[in-house]
Every structure is written in C-alpha cells, then in structure tokens.
Design a protein around this ligand. Structure first.
Ligand SMILES: [Zn+2]
Ligand SMILES: [Zn+2]
Length: 262
C-alpha cells in the first residue's frame, strides 16, 4: 500500500509542478507579453491568490495520495478491478477504458459540480476553488478537502465498474490534468484551425471555464459542452467571447476572417 501511495504522491507532485506551476510560468511570466492578445480577463497576477492556490493544490496532492492508498486496499480486498499484467486484456480494451474514464468523468464532474454549487454546499466546500476569480494554472488542484475527495474518487468509482490497467489509469489522469490546466490557463489557446474545424462547439476550452470562475453560475462542464447545452447551463455569451478572442488573435497577423460556420 505504501508503494501505491508513494507513486501517486510522486506523480501528483510532478503533474502539479509541470502542468500547474510550469504552465503558469510559461504563460503568466515568460509569455505575458507574447500571449497578451489571448488573455481572457484583465486582472493580473495576485500574490495572495497564488499562495492560496499553491497551498490548497499541494494539500489536494496529499489527498490524492490517501485516495490511492484506499484504492490499493480496495484492490487487495477484491472490490476494485485493477490489473497489472497488460496481457490480461487486449490493447483495444486498454484504450476503451481510457475513453470510458474520460466520458464517465465528464458526466461525473458536471453533476458533482452542480451539487457543489447548491446553496450551503457552495460556501462550505466549493468557495475555496472560487476564490480564484481569474484563475491561473496554479489553481488546477486548489480545492477544499471535500471537493478534492469528490474529484479524486472518480478512479476507484470506475474501477468498481470495470477492470482498469495501471497504465490506463495514469494516462487518463494525465489527460484529465491537461484539460484541467487548459481550463485554468487564463489565456485562450484554441486557434483558427480549431475554430474552423467546429470542434469548439463540443470541446471545452480556457474561456469556457474562465467564465465559470468569473460569474460562478454557468459553464459547469469539464471536457465537453454536451451537459451544459442539454441542461441550459451555458453562458449565452460564451461563443461570442471565444470568437472575439480568436479575431483579436489574428489582427495584425493576417486578414483572415474567422469562419464561424454560422
Ligand atoms: Zn476551476
Ligand atoms: Zn464551480
């Protein structure tokens, strides 16, 4: 069990150092002027907020370690279906489980997030995350301990339902953290090609989650816009905000007018 906890603590810390602190330095410090045209909100770096985000994120890394310990116990007792021998299932199944975890987490996150926004629950367990009015990647794990447990419980929940390989779990957590980092980036990264492909209609980007932090009442999704569209919980100005940012990105660089597909 100690080995599982230590591995999770190490990987959690590496993920935070690279996709939290590393990406923060890349965009907010090194790229401050380079990416100015992609900045979503005006308020700039706030040392007090940054300290809170880092401390709360490190606490979450510890909590993810505890969840790894509990999961290992569940695995040893036979409650959780985690396998180490990759030949037990096909490569196709391995990738299917990664995709399944992404899709299950998308639904899981949307509804637990709606729950965390209920009056009474929000103030106690979710306000810690929303103290970041204009979030940076330092906030990717900036949660109240209860919210950290809710978010971290996704892997044992899926492992209860279907066999998961250790590598598939690690790949899924990496994909999830990359999306988390993009969501809290504070800069819109989607470019003209992405907009023209129409993928922006389904995949959530930095502007989407930034609006959630700004107003605390819309855009609850994580990977995809599906649930927000279905439940009418998406900002009506989201696409306008996103496309305006894209137009700004190309001013002075080319005369290309963004095809919104409208
Ligand atoms: Zn957030
Ligand atoms: Zn929220």
């Amino acid at each position: 069990m100690q080995k599982a906890v230590l591995i999770q603590l190490t990987l959690g810390l590496i993920r935070y150092l690279v996709l939290g602190i590393g990406v923060f330095f890349l965009f907010w410090i090194w790229g401050k002027k380079r990416f100015l045209h992609r900045k979503i909100q005006k308020p700039d770096f706030n040392v007090k907020q940054a300290k809170t985000e880092v401390l709360q994120s490190l606490r979450t890394v510890l909590i993810f370690g505890v969840i790894a310990g509990i999961s290992y116990w569940g695995y040893e007792k036979g409650y959780l279906q985690i396998y180490q021998d990759i030949s037990l299932h096909s490569t196709g199944y391995w990738w299917f489980t990664v995709l399944a975890m992404v899709l299950i987490q998308d639904t899981y996150f949307y509804w637990t997030h709606r729950f965390l926004h209920l009056p009474g629950v929000y103030e106690r367990f979710h306000l810690a995350h929303h103290t970041s009015y204009n979030p940076s990647p330092l906030a990717i794990y900036s949660f109240h301990p209860v919210e950290a447990f809710i978010n971290g419980a996704i892997v044992p929940c899926v492992a209860f339902l279907m066999p998961l390989h250790f590598g598939a779990i690690a790949t899924f957590i990496l994909i999830s953290t990359i999306f988390n980092s993009i969501g809290h980036l504070g800069y819109e990264v989607y470019g003209r090609r992405f907009i023209k492909s129409g993928l922006y209609r389904w995949v959530i980007g930095a502007t989407h989650h930034n609006i959630h932090h700004k107003y605390s009442k819309e855009n609850y999704g994580f990977y995809f816009r599906f649930w927000d569209k279905l439940m009418s919980s998406e900002s009506v100005d989201y696409e306008k905000n996103l496309l305006e940012k894209e137009n700004l990105a190309f001013i002075g660089k080319s005369k290309v007018i963004v095809d919104t597909g409208a």
